[in-house]
Design a protein around this ligand. Sequence first.
Ligand SMILES: [Zn+2]
Length: 90
Amino acid sequence: MKCQKCGHDNRQSSKNCKKCGADMVPASSAPVWFPDWRWHLKTLSVIYLLLIVGFFTAKHFLGRLQPPYNIRQLPSEMPPWLNPKNYPAP
Ligand SMILES: [Zn+2]
């Protein structure tokens, strides 16, 4: 495949000229993929569906944990220096 700029004979698979560095593949013929709105809708639906299913799966399994890991309050036996009730925010 000859370079259109300098005439140097390059390999068929090369994308740039070995001698002058010019592009061997015209930009217009390069396969470029532009996703349309249907692709975006499908991809975003899959992502949101996975997030929603993952949230409820995590919620289900976290709710089945043994006490005290299944509660959201601080346990009463918590050391007082770790309890935020003893140290109100300024
Ligand atoms: Zn060239």
